[in-house]
Write a protein that binds this ligand. Structure first.
Ligand SMILES: Nc1ncnc2c1ncn2[C@@H]1O[C@H](COP(=O)(O)OP(=O)(O)OP(=O)(O)O)[C@@H](O)[C@H]1O
Ligand SMILES: [Zn+2]
Length: 678
């Protein structure tokens, strides 16, 4: 009751508060099978009323032909059967014909049928049987071929029945996976939206306090909450309530969370659907799902419709219709645009959409009256990471010494989702160690695990391989220590994790623009691994593949995007709008392409030479570092400082921060359990 009152106060309210719009009749496969069976029986019955009586050639010859009761004789070639039609005035002579009311021939015939051996033979037999009948009364056989409707029908219907059966099966499987309240439970509901609805009853109860950081984004969406709560305030002044906002940012940064929080704060239903849910293998399904989603939303207004991964449908429509454009997707997008234009601004439905590629979205989506606001949701900085940790540490049983600020420092570049993952993982690790509280070490291990994939202690690496890896990693470390702009090093390990056999961790400075010098120094330190291998062993290995890939991409970007090569000059072939069809044709000539290739090679060669130079000049230090790595498997910035002396460059503040990162001792306990498992 109270809820109804609530709604009536709201100008958006349609006074409708039922779930019945989600219901649809429940058909199932058995119905179809039943229908097919009925059709079979009906056909059979029809046939039954037409059945000529079985007889034999002898009877026909000796009785019917002799008495001149036969009107026509029809030979059915394909069935090797003869149908006999009697004269209507003679029918009385054959009372047995119609004695059964169920299985009897029709009055007009054929009345009798009998099998024959071959057509020629029968023709001869008929000829001779009529040899003493006058020409006038003689019966000439007619010839036909007959369709056997029944078996033909079977032949047709069976494959169809099979296909229908398979369809049902597939649909049931599909809809089971996506059991949203759209009720896409069967074939008749394909076009229904699969939106998940969270309304007042099943409230998600996510509020702004559950969303840490994201201060600016929150401020922007707070306005939407106000629109939903007090629409009169805006409409009174003649303002129009926005229809939609686009949340833009990398994966896991809390876009879904923020949208849910808006719904939670405004206390309105929340429809959630992913862009990829609209796209289906059938033509027209996407568009009809959009229609259905908006229909449902309007009935529940005011509400929030959230479309995750909108890029799945909202990608720019191709300019060249012949080149692999996707009609189905475009239809869906067009329907979405139509719906957005269609509903009244003040209908109380606000659409939030999320994407991590705003640049590839169709411009039409961003036009006024559609998603005309973009809200940026970025990766959290140090402070925000601390806040996110605080949110996710709340439900955990912690060692009181745990400091969220410390954890935030350990996790540069982590998204909110990664941090949630770290917290969960640390609880699992602590549980495995049979602890009552989660301690610092558990967190550090969880972070390591998430950074580098699971440690693979049992991966077998030969002594030679280990040596190669150590010198390779020491090469990276040495160069990044000595070059001015390389990222400061945190630690280097040769403990294999995931696919990597060794790794060097850096603390990336938070830069907004990068200079050419910085890029060159980074390339040089990335190539340090291979350079070290070549200098030390006079052999190179596949271990540098990842490094080479990174360097090549970097060099190509420098030449063709950032305009940093002399020969190409200040030219950028990058198209930030994503609207061009460069996928098939490059925006530059063949000659330029060659020049770009040359420039890229020159850049990489120069960096490699420089890397070798640096390593040669610091041969002793590099060797010491590699040996230390072989011995300890993990080394830290202090170890580098002990070998090369204090780092001449970089910000002292950052260096200080690095030093505060504690060194993780390989925990004995874990080693024990793991070695048992081997
Ligand atoms: N700012 C944040 N505060 C608290 N938790 C967060 C934050 N950002 C992310 N999380 C955690 O990460 C999880 C995943 O975030 P969410 O699904 O909202 O990310 P997303 O940006 O929508 O990702 P995607 O682009 O992959 O859909 C959330 O459920 C939440 O636990
Ligand atoms: Zn490397």
């Amino acid at each position: 009751m109270t809820e109804n009152k609530d709604q009536n106060n709201n100008p958006f309210s349609k006074g409708k508060n039922g779930n019945n719009l989600l219901k649809s009749p429940k058909f199932n496969a058995y119905w179809i099978y039943g229908l097919i069976a009925v059709a079979f029986i009906a056909l059979n019955l029809l046939n039954i009323g037409q059945n000529p009586k079985e007889t034999s050639w002898q009877t026909v010859k000796n009785k019917m032909i002799k008495n001149q009761d036969v009107e026509r004789i029809v030979v059915v070639r394909n069935l090797l059967e003869v149908n006999v039609y009697l004269k209507s005035e003679s029918l009385d002579k054959y009372p047995d014909l119609f004695e059964s009311s169920f299985d009897s021939p029709s009055k007009s015939g054929p009345h009798y049928t009998f099998p024959i051996g071959s057509i020629e033979q029968f023709a001869n037999q008929l000829e001779s049987a009529q040899s003493n009948i006058s020409d006038l009364n003689r019966i000439e056989p007619e010839y036909t071929t007959q369709q056997n409707y029944f078996s033909d029908f079977l032949g047709w219907i069976l494959p169809f029945a099979l296909i229908i059966g398979i369809w049902f099966y597939v649909f049931r499987r599909m809809s089971k996976g996506s059991g949203g309240s759209g009720g896409a439970g069967n074939i008749f509901n394909v076009g229904k939206s699969k939106a998940k609805v969270f309304d007042k009853e099943s409230n998600i109860n996510i509020n702004f306090k559950d969303v840490a950081g994201l201060a600016e984004a929150k401020e922007e969406v707070e306005e939407i909450v106000e629109f939903l709560k007090h629409p009169q305030r805006y409409t009174k002044l003649g303002g129009k309530i926005p229809k939609g906002a686009l949340l833009v940012g990398p994966p896991g940064t809390g876009k879904t969370l923020l949208a849910k929080a808006v719904a939670g704060e405004a206390n309105v239903p929340f429809f959630s659907m992913s862009g990829s849910d609209f796209v289906e293998m059938f033509v027209g399904v996407g568009a009809s799902r959009v229609r259905d989603l908006f229909k449902q939303a309007k009935e529940k207004s005011p509400c929030i419709v959230f479309i995750d991964e909108i890029d799945a449908i909202g990608r720019a429509r191709g300019k060249n219709p012949n080149m692999g454009s996707n009609d189905e997707r475009e239809n869906t997008l067009n329907q979405l645009l139509t719906e957005m234009d269609g509903f009244d601004t003040n209908s109380g439905v606000i659409i939030l959409a999320a994407t991590n590629r705003a640049d590839i979205l169709d411009r039409a989506l961003m036009r006024a009256g559609r998603f005309d606001r973009q809200i940026h949701v970025e990766l959290p900085d140090l402070n925000e990471r601390r806040e996110i940790f605080e949110v996710h540490l709340r439900p955990l049983k912690l060692d009181p010494k745990i400091d969220p600020a410390f954890l935030a420092k350990q996790t540069p570049g982590f998204s909110g989702a990664d941090i949630a993952n770290v917290c969960n993982e640390s609880a699992l690790i602590a549980a495995r160690r049979k602890k009552d509280l989660i301690e610092k070490q558990d967190f550090l291990d969880a972070i390591d695990r998430i950074v580098g994939g699971l440690e693979k202690k049992n991966k077998i690496i030969s002594v030679d391989e280990k040596k190669t890896i150590a010198f390779h990693e020491a090469g990276h470390a040495t160069i990044s220590w000595l070059l001015e702009y390389a990222h400061p090093l945190v630690k280097v390990t040769i403990v294999p994790r995931g696919k990597a056999l060794g790794a060097a961790w850096y603390l990336p400075e938070e830069r907004s623009i990068t200079t050419k010098e910085q890029m060159l120094d980074e390339m040089c330190s990335t190539l340090g691994g291979r350079a070290a291998e070549e200098l030390t062993f006079e052999k190179i290995s596949t271990g540098a593949q990842n490094d080479l890939e990174k360097v090549t991409k970097q060099a190509i970007a420098m030449v063709s995007i950032f305009g940093m090569s002399d020969k190409i000059g200040n030219v950028s072939y990058y198209d930030s709008t994503g609207q061009s069809d460069y996928s098939f044709s490059k925006p530059y000539s063949e000659k330029t392409a060659e020049l770009i290739d040359k420039e890229v090679k020159i850049l990489i060669d120069a960096s490699y030479k420089r890397a070798k130079q640096v390593l040669l000049e610091n041969k002793e230090g590099h060797r010491k570092l590699a040996e230390l790595l072989l011995e300890r498997e993990v080394i830290f910035s202090e170890d580098l400082e002990a070998i090369f002396g204090k780092r001449k460059f970089g910000s002292p503040k950052l260096e200080e921060e690095i030093k505060q990162i504690p060194k993780k001792e390989e925990s004995k306990e874990e080693n024990d359990t793991e070695s048992k498992a081997v």
